[in-house]
Design a binder for this molecule. Structure first.
Ligand SMILES: [Zn+2]
Length: 174
């Protein structure tokens, strides 16, 4: 993951503008557009703002992840969506892209347990419910979680943020 964001500055800028993007193939339901309404333009802008080179993969994957509004995805689910949209990309590329977007603060990583990592297209501060057994991550609305006593961080550290994952299970029938 170390090679991720720095490549932008190290390589000559080649924006691949002349390449044909698989826009048509990627069209799905209407996006929840919060910017210009043109998702590809928005993703390109978004990448530019954070200094990531708008490569074909980043544009296509970025469009796939952000065009449906706020949601939680995994590398596997995004990979599947890409293949379904006939955008041939390897799972490794999907992983790399997700991590690059996360480092650029376009996504937020939510690690539920050792094996399951979700990426949240809503990078703002919020907490989550996790439905055990269903592998489902849900936003906890608004300010419903209160962390009333912060632990004192070790010398030389400060608290960067607090991620709360509240695990849920179905009530037992009695
Ligand atoms: Zn969320």
């Amino acid at each position: 993951m170390a090679q991720s964001t720095n490549e932008t500055t190290l390589r000559p800028v080649f924006e691949e503008d002349d390449l044909e993007l698989p826009v048509e193939r990627l069209r799905v339901e209407q996006p929840a557009g919060r910017r210009t309404g043109c998702p590809f333009h928005d993703v390109r802008e978004m990448l530019r703002e954070v200094g990531l080179r708008p490569t074909r993969q980043r544009l296509a994957l970025g469009w796939l992840m952000f065009a449906k509004g706020d949601r939680h995805i995994t590398a596997e689910s995004l990979h599947e969506e890409a293949l379904r949209a006939r955008f041939p990309v390897s799972l490794a590329t999907v992983y790399n892209t997700l991590h690059q977007f996360t480092e650029a603060n376009l996504l937020r990583e939510v690690a539920v347990d050792g094996s399951k990592t979700y990426f949240d297209t809503n990078a703002s501060d919020h907490h989550h419910f996790y439905v055990e057994g269903q592998n489902e991550l849900l936003d906890i609305p608004g300010a419903e979680v209160m962390v009333d006593r912060m632990p004192t961080p070790p010398e030389g550290f400060e608290v960067a943020r607090v991620d709360v994952v509240v695990r849920l299970r179905r009530k037992q029938q009695s």
